[in-house]
Each structure stands twice: as structure tokens, then as C-alpha cells.
Design a protein. Sequence first.
Length: 215
Amino acid sequence: MTTTVKEAYPLAWPDGWFRTRPQDQKPMGTWKKTANQYREALMTELERMGAPSFVISSNVPLTARGSMTPNVEPRDTGVAVYFSRAAKDDFAWQDALGITTPYPTEEEIASAYRRLAAKYHPDSGGDVTMFQAVTKHRDNALRWLRQKSGQEFGFVIACDQFREVRLNMAAIVMTIKAIRQIERCGTSSLLERAFKGFSAIPERATSTADMVGAR
């Protein structure tokens, strides 16, 4: 599986996530690795989890070689990781929307939806159930398209509880390890509950284009 990795600088903190006040941030003397080592560990854990694409965002810029600039500790030490989950593709939207193009554009999807929405919209005397079904197929088609191009991420984990970027990076690494442990235990209901806690991302924060400096 090919994983798409991108960076977002400066920090793109997810809307609705609590921010830790500077006076409440904690040190962690037992976590000794560097920011780049924790970043490598984070990418490894995301790949092991099967994330097809992800964005790592912080206020530490990358060097020309793609590593975090050493000896940079910004005032805002938060770290956010946006990622997608590997899922079985559902192509029911193709027949439902009447789309025959293998890789349609967003405009082709929107055009097909407008045609059917006009037919089934309740305000025009259409069937409410059909209208809702068509809308769901439109959403599934757009989600598939954006995920395939690495532009949309359904989940985010963010942390700013610690005084250093590397420590917040380490905390996210441990969180993902815990998620993977739940998955290994086979407790699928708990796993889905965990992911629901990470899926409340505002629409404007789910695409790479909305993250300033994403590359």
C-alpha cells in the first residue's frame, strides 16, 4: 500500500479541540527521544494502522531534507495529525448517480447529483427517501474521490498538553499504539467508539488545501 505523507506548517489545530493553557502544560523527563525520532515513530505507527494518507502539523518547519528543523521550540508546542482510514470501497454511487467515468471530477459528480436532486427534491413533490439516498451517494462519491487524491482526512488527533513539540508528538504516538492494541484485541465495537472520538472534524479542516503551508 502506498501511503501519502504531507506536512502542514504552521500548526493547523482542529476546531473544537480543547487548548491547554501554557501554565498547565507539563514536562515529561522520561521521554528522551528527539522530535525527529518521535516523528519517525509516528509515521511508522500510522502506516502500521493502515492509514492511506496523513498530515502531520506543527509550528516547527521542515528542512530541505524533510526533517524537523532542530533546536526550534515555538511558543505553541501543539501537534495535530490528520489521517484517513483504510476502508472497503463502496461504488454503489456509480450506478445510483449514473456516472460511467472511472475517475469522475467533482464537477461531474455535482452535475449528476443536481440532475437527480431536482427530480427527487421534496419541494418539487419528489420522494424524500430517494432524495436522501441520492445525497448520501453524492457524499460517498466525493469522499472516495478526495481520499484517493489524499485531499480529505476523516480523523484527527491533536495534543498540546506538554511543554515541547517532541513530547506532544510522543503522546500522539502512544495514543495510536493504544488504538492499534484495541484493534489487535479484536474489540471492534470499542475501536469504532475510539474513532468516533477522533472524527469530529469541521468540513473546512478535512482537506489539505485548507492547511496553510501543506506540502
